[in-house]
Design a protein around this ligand. Structure first.
Ligand SMILES: C[S@@+](CC[C@H](N)C(=O)[O-])C[C@H]1O[C@@H](n2cnc3c(N)ncnc32)[C@H](O)[C@@H]1O
Length: 170
């Protein structure tokens, strides 16, 4: 993200927390990762979704990354204050992830891809670190053509879909 549209102010941290809690049932009701699985949460922000993810999948090992050190610090503090122990945080850029190929069983992104200029490049990098047969869950606040970019590996045009803001793509 060249400049994150919502910025990194305190008010934004509050907004992300309110958003995560308000939409928790809708966004997370069917996201449960098996014990022992490795999950990458890309663009974790202040950890609002991380807490819900980690609580819902206590046996999974979650690695949450963000490009903002400040947000990561807040996320780490939030997770610690909740007594959650299955999350590791790492400063990382989605476009250049510090992980070997096929490191994760699952990838989860919430309200991130719609802010990136190079969607296809981001998906290629996420795909690199995802094991064959793994899953990627993408939640966006507007329709974007993730499926086309994922499958064909080339830039997508504007989405023709106006359906759900949640897409599970494989
Ligand atoms: C709208 S926030 C969403 C945060 C969190 N997923 C949530 O739903 O509460 C978008 C986050 O993506 C992060 N981000 C943007 N570009 C990124 C990149 N290239 N690599 C890693 N994180 C990025 C931002 O720093 C920000 O924390």
């Amino acid at each position: 993200m060249d400049s994150y549209v919502h910025g990194y102010q305190e008010r934004e941290a509050e907004r992300l927390g309110d958003q995560a809690n308000t939409l928790s049932g809708l966004l997370h009701h069917d996201t449960r990762y098996p014990a022992g699985s490795k999950v990458l949460e890309a663009g974790c922000g202040v950890g609002a979704q991380t807490i819900i993810l980690a609580r819902n999948s206590p046996g999974a090992s979650i690695t949450s990354v963000d490009i903002s050190p400040d947000s990561l610090g807040k996320a780490r503090a939030a997770v610690e204050s909740e007594g959650i122990a299955n999350v590791t945080f790492r400063l990382a850029n989605i476009f250049n992830l510090p992980f070997a190929n096929e490191s994760f069983d699952h990838v989860f992104l919430c309200f991130v891809l719609e802010h990136l200029r190079e969607l296809e490049r981001a998906l290629q990098e996420l795909r690199r670190v995802l094991k064959s047969g793994g899953s990627i869950t993408v939640i966006t606040d507007r329709p974007i053509s993730t499926q086309r970019a994922w499958r064909r590996g080339r830039p997508s045009s504007a989405s023709s879909s106006s359906r759900s803001a949640r897409e599970g793509i494989r």
